[in-house]
Design a protein around this ligand. Structure first.
Ligand code: SF4
Ligand code: SF4
Length: 370
């Protein structure tokens, strides 16, 4: 691993253009030798959905990555596991399953015989395919995330934890910092060897599943997820130190000790920063003073960002109820398709918003009365 990050302008999802840029990024960042190796490509398929929604890594980026790795002699496998995944799931709505089949890459079901691995603190069940492959190449999407603000290379590794079992980790790691520590621990245990981020069209606003597609026009790559996430979050207009996964990994000196160690290759970084990108508002919970006040001043707690259910959009699929790690939501006993929140139980993990495909869960700073 090195600290090189390459950023390339890429205006559209044209297979040849994306292929050429991935090839250039790989070379500039000294991607690993994949000849004769089995490589798992791990896109972000948060919710299997139309590529136009920009929720998932675009299928053209997956297609180009498969073809590039195959040209280098790799045997390529592709897979991911959305939060609401059921056994036998294939990423068909996103088009990722189809491009994998067409390019001759094997589709992997992460829910099949997951295995337990030890982390720094505790254990987690992950897709057993990691035992079969020599390398993992992660394909994160450039987008916001309600809980950790910005989702990039470090967060994308969570997809190795199959489907609804992700919720168990939210139950164990109940706030932003604790969950971010878990994400960093997970990457310490099973870190992909290379990352290519799809920032051609990203997602601003209430990501990772309910935001608005926005043209960024970039592909980014690195073998260092922290270096990649620092650069990407900076381009999105965040202070990279406000992204808890960045701050935690830096404070541990894991993959580098300071952002100054990044070796950047691409157009002038300052010129790429999107000050108009709609960010997730920071809630200040990282700040010890605000945490202290929140614990003592009840009204501040009532003003936290929380899930708000838009009943007219609800189709009653129950996915939010199945994934909620705190048993904080249930269907109304009398009203149809009417989800009810028990606010005091809610740990603000926002998994309900991630899995809802009907725009029936919004995350808002809504006053919650006593
Ligand atoms: S809120 Fe969304 S996820 Fe929950 S039951 Fe309704 S449609 Fe399904
Ligand atoms: S209601 Fe939503 S935000 Fe609250 S704990 Fe359940 S899944 Fe998480």
């Amino acid at each position: 691993m090195n600290n090189k990050v390459a950023v390339r302008k890429c205006s559209e999802y044209d297979l040849h253009e994306v292929y050429d840029q991935i090839s250039d990024i790989w070379q500039k960042c000294e991607g690993p030798d994949v000849s004769g190796k089995k490589v798992l490509l791990k896109p972000n398929i948060l919710i299997d959905s139309d590529p136009l929604k920009a929720i998932c890594t675009h299928p053209v980026v997956v297609d180009a990555a498969i073809r590039f790795l195959q040209s280098k002699g790799a045997i390529v496998l592709v897979g991911d596991s959305p939060g609401a995944m059921v056994r036998g799931y294939k990423g068909e709505k996103s088009g990722i399953f189809q491009v994998s089949q067409k390019a001759g890459a094997e589709w992997v079901d992460f829910s099949k015989d997951p295995m337990e691995i030890a982390l720094k603190k505790g254990k987690v069940r992950i897709a057993s395919v990691i035992k079969e492959v020599d390398l993992i190449v992660s394909l994160p999407k450039f987008k916001n995330h309600g809980l950790v603000y910005f989702t990039g290379g470090i967060k994308n590794t969570l997809g190795l934890v199959p489907g609804f079992t992700k919720a168990k980790q939210h139950a164990l790691h109940r706030d932003r910092i604790s969950f971010s520590e878990f994400l960093v621990d997970l990457n310490e245990a099973v870190m992909p060897q290379f990352f290519i981020m799809d920032g051609i069209v990203g997602m601003e606003g209430p990501g990772p599943g309910q935001g608005t597609p926005v043209k960024i026009g970039l592909l980014l790559g690195s073998s260092n997820p922290l270096a990649l996430d620092i650069v990407a979050s900076k381009i999105a207009g965040y202070n990279p130190n406000d992204i808890p996964t960045n701050a935690i990994a830096l404070s541990r000196g894991l993959w580098m000790k300071s952002a100054a160690e990044i070796i950047f290759d691409g157009p002038e970084l300052e010129s790429l920063i999107r000050n108009d990108f709609k960010k997730i508002p920071l809630d200040g919970s990282e700040n010890v003073v605000i945490r202290f006040l929140k614990n003592r001043m009840h009204f501040l707690k009532k003003m936290e960002r929380r899930p708000v259910f838009i009943h007219k959009n609800c189709i009653g699929c129950l996915d939010c109820i199945k994934i909620c790690p705190a048993n904080a939501i249930a269907m109304h006993p009398k009203k149809n398709n009417y989800v009810v929140l028990t606010d005091i139980k809610c740990i603000r993990c926002f998994c309900c918003s991630e899995v809802c495909q009907s725009k029936a869960v919004e995350i808002r700073r809504k006053f919650f009365g006593a």
